[in-house]
Design a protein around this ligand. Structure first.
Ligand code: MEV
Length: 339
């Protein structure tokens, strides 16, 4: 049982409800997963998004307060807005509306108000646009909190498809891996369009997540790969096959508890992502610094062109590798043990 799902709070409408969701990283298979190859992702509980639903004044409608996130109009300081005034493609608006549709159908709504009177407050410690699933985590926290506020206890299988709809606003054509790993809060072996396979981790994996400091748009990178795949389909299908093959080997190495094999496969996956054209000089430099300082393996994670690089380390080498990553330009390092 994770620290997140033990907050079973099915509450009356008058009490604030708090729900959280973790960040995530992709260990193997990003991009190829969009083309139906398997991938492996794990939750990162060291960072999280939190949604609090509190009762509003009668007739106020739904308000959103999201100081840590970009405002829907892009303006600074306008993170407090009425849901009704937000554009239809605002992911927070979509998260709230999808959750209300799913979980609030039978609630009495005030006669003079077309919507419930609630304040949705969102906070997040997940770096934005760095491949750590910030959008999926915020949407998961909102859906979970709204469900609980209206007397339900939404299960991962109910939350994940709603968050997938929100992910489409962020990324256009998401594979579904982010909403799955974040909603289920468990390591997953994921193949698009199939049910989830939970991954058992035979020996703890010590990860250092090193941020290049470069913001990256998943939508842009994924559509660039799509353009090149259309131009050279056979070549890219071959690369995706190779990446999918590594994800399969990694699944069994993780289950057997063989971090040395996992690290080697991470190095190979990084090489293929370089060939795919989604790495960057900053990511390559961090991966090299990790290996040179004794990491078992290193690779970029997420869409690429920026965002985070993952290093797999033996516990006793953590400080040394983290120091080397900082010296090589990482703006922050997060340590996370996956078990
Ligand atoms: C983004 O976290 C991972 C990608 O594979 C896109 C996706 O799976 O939707 C790049």
């Amino acid at each position: 049982m994770s620290i997140w799902t033990d907050q079973h709070q099915s509450q009356s409408l008058n009490q604030p409800i708090v729900a959280a969701a973790p960040g995530k990283v992709i260990l193997f298979g990003e991009h190829a997963v969009v083309y139906n190859r398997p991938a492996i992702a794990v939750p990162v509980t060291d960072v999280s998004a939190t949604a609090t639903i509190s009762p509003g004044e009668p007739g106020s409608g739904i308000w959103i307060l999201a100081a840590d996130l970009p405002a829907p109009d892009g303006k600074q300081g306008s993170h407090h807005y009425r849901l009704h005034d937000a554009p239809a493609d605002d992911p927070l608006k979509a998260s709230v509306e999808l959750a209300l549709d799913a979980f609030c159908q039978d609630e009495p709504i005030e006669a003079d108000s077309p919507e419930p009177d609630v304040l949705v407050t969102i906070t997040s410690t997940i770096p934005i646009a760095r491949g750590m699933g910030s959008g999926a985590a915020v949407a998961t926290a909102v859906v979970r909190a709204i469900g609980r506020y209206f007397g339900h206890n939404p299960q991962p299988g109910e939350i994940s498809p709603l968050v997938y709809e929100v992910e489409k606003l962020h990324h256009g054509t998401p594979s579904g891996i982010d909403n799955t790993v974040v909603a289920y809060e468990q390591p997953v072996f994921f193949v698009r369009g199939t049910g989830i396979t939970r991954l058992s981790v035979g020996a703890p994996l010590n990860l250092i997540i090193a941020d290049t400091g470069v913001v990256s748009s998943t939508r842009r990178v994924v559509s660039d790969v799509r353009r090149r795949w259309s131009a050279e389909t056979e070549r890219y299908e071959g690369l995706f096959d190779e990446i999918g093959g590594l994800a399969r080997l990694a699944k069994s190495a993780i289950e057997r508890g063989n971090p040395i094999a996992v690290g080697r496969l991470m190095d190979e996956n990084h090489e293929l992502l370089m060939t795919l054209g989604v790495s960057s000089p900053e990511l390559d430099k961090l991966a090299e610094a990790a290996r040179m300082s004794g990491a078992l393996g290193a690779k970029m994670s997420g869409a690429g062109w920026g965002g985070n690089m993952l290093a797999l380390v033996e516990a006793e080498r953590t400080l040394k590798v983290a120091g080397a990553l900082r010296a090589a330009g990482a703006v922050s390092t997060i340590f996370s043990q996956i078990s």
